[in-house]
Write a protein that binds this ligand. Structure first.
Ligand code: HEM
Length: 225
């Protein structure tokens, strides 16, 4: 029963919150739809935390999505031991990078008084949830070997069953607790999404690629400045 609530019902609540509250916030408070950058308050540690964090987490999420969308092709890729080892080692490297980078970003918010002052309760919740997510992910990769393979036979069918509105929670019910925690926490992050700075994920300024470039010209006379 509790598995049905956690893995059969909660994912829909999380996605409904993300879409419903997200759209509402976009319509009524569009100015807040941003990462609320703190770069002006501190930029050095931010650079060393934020850049590796974003590159590594995007690659890891891409791997999660590809294994979900194209399980057959993913299985073929992993069919040769050399490719399986390469993928797992790359995943571990990226996972450890996310863990270190996120730890750096959390320490920055704790130790820098100015950054700490602009950090809200929701920011802390998101940081803790993200840290739990990458820590459990790396733990799974280290201890439950060949996760990239068994993901195809557990996570992928579970996620597709959710998409088809026919939740098959038995795929997760038999998994170790840490995997259940990793899966549940993923949807907790989705639920927190519309209440937090995470909304910046869907505000990539793609229009910048096609819009005419800006020419910035000094308006004042340089004489006497
Ligand atoms: C917010 C969404 C998610 C994030 C940010 C995330 C993050 C991560 C990270 C950082 C790793 C470690 C990668 C490595 O070191 O190889 C990982 C591994 C893993 N994740 Fe997730 N994850 C998410 C959602 C999910 C979901 C929904 C599942 C489904 C149960 C899942 C299943 C796994 C598995 C099985 C591994 C181990 C892969 C391996 O051993 O190669 N993840 N995840």
């Amino acid at each position: 029963m509790s598995d049905m609530i956690l893995f059969g019902a909660f994912p829909y609540v999380a996605v409904a919150l993300m879409v419903g509250v997200g759209l509402y916030r976009y319509c009524v408070d569009r100015y807040s739809w941003s990462s609320q950058s703190s770069q002006f308050l501190e930029s050095r540690v931010l650079f060393w935390g934020s850049v590796p964090w974003h590159y590594a987490i995007l690659m890891i999420l891409l791997a999660h999505f590809l294994a979900f969308l194209f399980p057959t092709g993913w299985g073929v890729i992993l069919g040769r031991p050399i490719r399986l080892y390469l993928l797992e080692v790359t995943g571990l490297g990226l996972g450890l990078s996310t863990l270190i980078a996120l730890a750096l970003l959390i320490f920055r918010r704790v130790l820098n008084a100015r950054v700490s002052a602009v950090t809200t309760i929701v920011d802390w919740l998101v940081l803790v949830a993200l840290f739990l997510q990458v820590a459990t992910g790396v733990y799974i990769a280290f201890t439950l070997r060949w996760g990239s393979v068994w993901y195809l036979h557990t996570a992928t069918p579970w996620l597709w069953s959710l998409v088809k509105f026919d939740p098959q929670v038995q795929y997760l019910a038999v998994m170790p607790t840490v995997v259940k925690l990793h899966a549940f926490n993923a949807f907790l992050i989705i639920a927190l999404f519309p209440f937090s700075r995470l909304v910046h994920v869907v505000s990539v300024p793609l229009a910048y690629l096609s819009r005419p470039y800006q020419v910035v010209i000094w308006y004042r006379s340089r004489v006497g400045r």
